[in-house]
Design a protein around this ligand. Structure first.
Ligand code: HEM
Length: 438
């Protein structure tokens, strides 16, 4: 993964320096236009969205395999199907819903603290990434399904955790399977057709399918009581039971399974990865850590329950999270597929061209962030942010196809940082290896 990602990072930075903000190339057998010119980027991601509504799909949809979970993820859905599912599930990620979930974040974070305490009292080393992913998966399972998976005590496990760990390992860019799928999507579709072997189907996906089906059965039995569980599953369950104007189901069963799956997997992997990075950086930047701690005590003190309003007031803590996401965005690029030939700023972009926004290269651009490899949360003070174009910061993408869950993600990370920093001081041994930026 690192080599591949590092290559993209380095490629975008060096090629932008050589050729300018907009250049063409060939990637994965497609013509590609890469641009960090904000007039063009804004047009593609927002104003001309109708010509760029799809994400370039390296995992080619296989029409014979429409019951495959992976093919039904919102991330890969196209045009009308994307619009339908996005509008059905958006309410689950609204501010109102995130506010309702705050007691869950508190409850799981308290168990997380007890787990950290348990390690600390026995003077044992903590694998921070492991405990954080247990926290974010617990929050994800409770918010998605309303279930408690009990993985926040020492040496505890659950099929949820094992399956999530195993699936996430599969998505490592080191996996030859994923690299082949990215580079030769047509080949994979062809092989699936003739061999009936599903390249992304596996026992872990089957486990998540089973969880959804069991929960569906349980709620169907109880549906007479019209109980509203108020979780993500409820939103999907309601959509599954409703029909569109043309009489078809608003959401199919496989689409329901796919959206539940992505909720759990990204809660487990993406959120814990970023929270881990924040804490790791704070363990190196002791003064910044102290400043965060002071702010948390000033705003929240030792209150037992942290509220949504408390989290919103943590201005400096949020700046630290944003600076972490600037330096280490989860995705190096945001990608769209041109579905209608169009001309932007005098450049004709043909149907079928892949359009890429080099997020990492933008985040590392001296023009917007002087000394970009230096960690400086002050770059995200309200005054500094007001001076920059919003397109200079794209950890969650931009426009109608941005990350649907960004509010949920931001609040879960803030909560994890509050509980961790309020109770523990973080330091890392001087010999901890740190990888340089390219
Ligand atoms: C640190 C955590 C996360 C980061 C940094 C992140 C980032 C992103 C980015 C960069 C995109 C592409 C945006 C674009 O193309 O403009 C995206 C899309 C998406 N994310 Fe996230 N994400 C995170 C966590 C999550 C979580 C927890 C969920 C679900 C609960 C989620 C659900 C989605 C979905 C469904 C899409 C596709 C949206 C669409 O195509 O309409 N993400 N995310």
């Amino acid at each position: 993964m690192l080599d591949l990602r590092k290559a993209i990072h380095t490629y975008d930075i060096t090629t932008t320096k050589q050729l300018g903000k907009t250049f063409g190339c060939r990637a994965f057998g497609k013509h590609e236009l890469v641009s960090s010119d904000f007039d063009i980027v804004r047009q593609v991601l927002m104003k001309d969205f109708v010509c760029f509504a799809n994400r370039t799909n390296f995992i080619a949809p296989n029409p014979k395999n429409e019951h495959n979970v992976m093919q039904n993820l919102l991330i890969l859905k196209e045009e009308e199907n994307w619009k339908r599912i996005r509008s059905l599930i958006s309410p689950a990620f609204s501010i109102t819903n995130v506010k309702k979930q705050i007691p869950i974040y508190n409850e799981c974070s308290k168990e997380f603290l007890q787990l950290l305490d348990c390690y600390a009292s026995q003077n044992e080393k903590i694998l921070l990434h492991d405990v954080l992913s247990r926290l974010t998966l617990s929050i994800g399972a409770k918010c998605a399904f309303g279930i408690d998976i009990n993985i926040l005590s020492k040496d505890s496990s659950s099929p949820f955790l094992e399956s999530a760990q195993s699936i996430f390992n599969r998505f490592d860019f080191d996996s030859p399977r994923l690299v082949i799928m990215a580079v030769f999507p047509g080949l994979i579709a062809w092989l699936e057709n003739i061999t009936h072997y599903q390249f992304l189907a596996n026992s872990e996906l089957e486990f998540f399918k089973k969880v959804v089906l069991e929960e569906l059965e349980r709620r169907s039995i109880e549906s007479d009581s019209k109980q509203d569980y108020g979780d993500f599953f409820q939103v999907l369950f309601n959509a599954l039971q409703s029909t569109s104007m043309d009489g078809t189901k608003s959401l199919s069963l496989i689409e329901m399974i796919a959206q539940s799956f992505i909720y759990l997997i990204t809660s487990f992997g993406n959120i814990s990865f970023t929270a881990h990075l924040v804490l790791f950086i704070l363990s190196k930047e002791i003064e910044i850590q102290e400043k965060v701690r002071r702010e948390i005590f000033d705003v929240i003190g030792d209150k037992d329950e942290v509220s949504y309003e408390d989290l919103i007031k943590l201005q400096y803590t949020n700046q630290v999270i944003q600076e972490t996401m600037r330096m280490y965005p989860l995705t190096a690029r945001v990608v769209r597929d041109c579905t209608r030939t169009t001309t932007i700023k005098g450049i004709e972009i043909e149907k079928g061209v892949m359009f890429s926004v080099p997020v990492y290269a933008i985040h590392m651009e001296e023009e917007y962030y002087p000394n970009p490899t230096v960690f400086d949360p002050n770059r995200f003070s309200p005054e500094e942010v007001a001076k920059r174009d919003p397109l200079t910061f794209l950890p969650f993408g931009y426009g109608p196809r941005n990350c649907i869950a960004y509010r949920y993600v931001e609040m879960v990370i803030r909560m994890a940082i509050v509980y961790s920093i309020r109770h523990f001081k973080f330091s890392s041994p001087s010999n901890t290896p740190v990888r340089d930026h390219p």
